[in-house]
Write a protein that binds this ligand. Structure first.
Ligand code: MN
Length: 500
């Protein structure tokens, strides 16, 4: 069973009737072998399913319509084994509403120099068949991925898998529902935005609930359920002994178990993959959820603090895209800086960082929380695992959305931070803090981000292309001067592209 279960990507091979049934039979057989070879490969996290070779405009239209209506198909790989005159593809590509990738490959790898004849050349002519096809994609102004190389190599298979993961993220975006408990933090700008435009652009829905709706479900959690949940906490985390021995601290832990189980029930029964809350909207709850929110993220649910529904959606999408990979994904906030030999960012939040990014088994402790509301709150404390990561910010800039990505390198802190009772990660932005923070701020990026060690910047670029929005990557090659020019050029491009 693949990581993505029943979901599949279709391999659609284009040809035409010019070559006769012998060639077409061989084309169909080769397509089946490629799909089977890709599915069998450990490089692929999803099933690749070959469709019948398409040879006419009506067959192309039919397979595109079938893809649109098939709930398990998340995208298409298109490949021209022979020549497939591209006007035949116009009607199909115009109705296709799933993402497609153009695989520029060939069934055989090596040329059989001693035996090659015209029959072989006619059978294996993707070198020009794919160029004819690519012309019509470009003519239709379709942003798409083009992967070039022999399909059986690790390099090409990993690129195919990477795109399929993005297609899964896009599928998730189309089907995602985000629950908001309360509203955005008052007066905060970047976490707000146009939810109607977001649904049109990304597909995901954002629904608000009063705290009373949640309180009812939380209050219905039984003492037995709470006790069972605490046993899970004892297994998964290093629970400080005082949390279990001190009656007040133990009550704080029980509060979190109740909040976690109540929110989980509310979210799963409502079909929500992500949620937001805000410390300003807690009426009826015991406290701002700490451990509870961390646990829900660990279970794969997206989260954004202070009503940040865009980041909540991106955390969920990053978790789907990286499913089965080693790196975790979390809600994150640039919190404070270390200016030193290498400038660093200490990322954290008041409480809500996902243990999927932890370097070691998290500690579970109760500490006084003083921001916005004053409560003792149980929370997981850990440090983020060292290694490359991304900070992703999706913002609404008034007339459109923008995705900003900073490639960073998370490092192990030089010493313990014994007085900081929250989960955190220390990272060095690429190319350096001076350039990265200036570029991020020029772009209007949020203080919140979806932090991930399971997704690459190229994958976020591909996701943004599927959504039809701008992406700005801040990485090794970024300079502020060029970045500002890119912002100006993009402003003109998207103004023209999106029209009136
Ligand atoms: Mn925040």
């Amino acid at each position: 069973m693949k990581v993505y279960g029943d979901k599949e990507v279709w391999l659609v091979t284009g040809s035409q009737h010019l070559y006769g049934p012998g060639v077409l039979n061989q084309v169909a057989e080769n397509s089946q072998l490629i799909a089977a070879g890709l599915t069998a490969s450990n490089n692929l996290s999803i099933k690749i399913v070959a469709q019948d070779t398409v040879k006419t405009p009506s067959e192309i239209l039919a397979v595109c319509q079938a893809a649109n209506s098939n709930p398990n198909c998340v995208g298409l790989i298109l490949w021209m084994h022979t020549f497939s005159p591209a006007k035949m593809w116009i009607s199909g590509l115009r109705v296709l509403n799933k993402p497609y990738m153009h695989l520029h490959t060939q069934f055989n790898a090596a040329l059989p120099f001693a035996e090659i004849n015209m029959h072989f050349m006619n059978l294996n002519q993707s070198a020009h068949g794919d160029r004819e096809f690519g012309h019509i994609s470009t003519r239709l102004r379709h942003d798409r991925k083009i992967i070039v190389g022999h399909w059986a190599t690790d390099s090409v298979q990993k690129q195919i898998d990477s795109w399929c993961r993005v297609a899964m993220g896009w599928y998730e975006s189309q089907n995602l529902k985000v629950a908001r408990f309360g509203d955005n933090m008052r007066q905060v700008s970047v976490t707000d935005g146009d939810k109607v435009s977001a649904q049109i652009q990304f597909g995901f829905e954002v629904h608000a609930y009063g705290l009373g709706d949640l309180q009812e479900v939380v209050d219905a959690v039984t003492e037995e359920q709470v006790a069972a949940q605490i046993e899970i906490y004892k297994k998964e985390y290093d629970v400080a002994p005082i949390v279990l021995s001190d009656a007040h601290q133990f009550q704080m832990l029980k509060n979190e178990a109740r909040l976690e189980l109540g929110m989980y029930k509310f979210l799963t029964e409502g079909g929500f993959g992500a949620f937001t809350n805000c410390f300003e909207n807690l009426t009826g709850l015991t406290n701002l959820p700490g451990l509870a929110t961390q646990r829900l993220m660990q279970l794969g649910i997206g989260y954004g603090g202070e009503g940040d529904w865009k980041t909540a959606a991106m955390v969920r999408i990053a978790k789907v895209m990286s499913k089965g990979r080693a790196g975790g994904s979390s809600f994150m906030e640039d919190y404070t800086y270390h200016f030193g030999a290498v400038d660093q960012v200490l990322g954290a939040h008041m409480l809500e960082v996902c243990p999927s990014i932890a370097a070691a088994k998290p500690k579970l402790e109760v500490h006084l929380h003083t921001i916005g509301c004053r409560n003792d709150i149980a929370r997981l404390i850990f440090t983020g695992k060292a290694g490359p990561a991304l900070c992703i910010s999706l913002i609404d800039i008034g007339n459109r959305f923008r995705m900003i990505v900073n490639e960073v390198d998370t490092v192990t802190p030089p010493q313990e931070l014994p007085n900081l009772p929250v989960a955190k990660a220390l990272w060095e932005p690429r190319p350096n803090l001076e350039v990265a923070a200036a570029a991020w701020i020029h772009a209007g990026g949020a203080h919140h981000s979806a932090y991930t060690q399971g997704v690459t910047a190229d994958e976020i670029v591909d996701f943004a292309e599927m959504a039809g929005i701008e992406t700005l990557v801040i990485g090794e090659d970024t300079s502020v001067r060029n970045f500002k020019t890119e912002l100006r050029h993009n402003a003109a491009y998207y103004h023209l592209k999106d029209g009136v």
